[in-house]
Design a protein around this ligand. Sequence first.
Ligand code: ATR
Length: 282
Amino acid sequence: MASQDRFLLAGVMGYPVMHSRSPKLHNYWFEKHGLLGTYVPLAIQPDGLLAALRALPALGFAGCNITVPHKIAAMEAMATIDPMAVRIGAINCVTVQKDGSLHGTNNDGFGYLESVRERFADWRADAGPIVVLGAGGGARAVVAALADAGAPEIRLINRSRDKAEGIARDYGAPVVVHDWAQRAEALDGAAMLVNTTSLGMHGQPPLEIALDRLPTQAVVSDIVYIPKETDLLAAARKRGNRTVNGLGMLLNQARPAFQSWFGVLPEVTPELRAMIEASIPA
Ligand code: ATR
């Protein structure tokens, strides 16, 4: 164990927050890297958010993650915000700077791309059109990351079309909006399908979509990770598509967060993945 002059602290602010797997994974990395520290769930109600964020430097926290429902509201307490997070319109990570000011970033898009690349080393964003379902915070991060990675055409489809149009306005090309009712047709010739809606998540209705028109070479991914295999992923796997669930996004978005707080870029090891998977209901 390296000698340290203080105990390292980080956490996740959310409400509710007890379901978060982040403490498990950051605490694994503290141990793996021989660092004395801890990462705690911080159950912060919306009316206490700004005070809690402003208390981080005084408490000696290196920073924290931000989760539902605070990803937009937390921006107000930041002295600086990374351009990618500004583009997404939300932050999921706060780092306390040397002068005590707060810097906001959003690592969800990075986590998403890494999760696909770690599964399929040959995957390329520019392989063909990509269909993205949903237009919430998850979609904003995924679409920004795919566009930056070179996606030539992103067919964005959301139940509430105006929200998809808002993203298309903000991001411009390559985003094109299609109707929710036409989601099966939009799969024609697609190289990838991504579900960022909450449909298919444990306790939510399933995502209903006919996959017949989707080429079998296409990658199908779901940012949902509870359950591990959504009905969408099971149906895609059965017809021969390669699939990626949302766990890799969670694991990989945490890597740059840990690095920005503690100066070490940690790895998603098979052991870590297995440990987190074991904590998720089938
Ligand atoms: P997040 O920030 O995690 O992406 P969100 O902002 O609540 O979550 O977005 C949830 C997404 O799931 C939205 O795209 C939502 O569609 P609407 O914008 O039309 O609400 C989508 N969604 C949730 N329930 C749905 C349903 N029953 N049918 C279709 N889409 C649904």
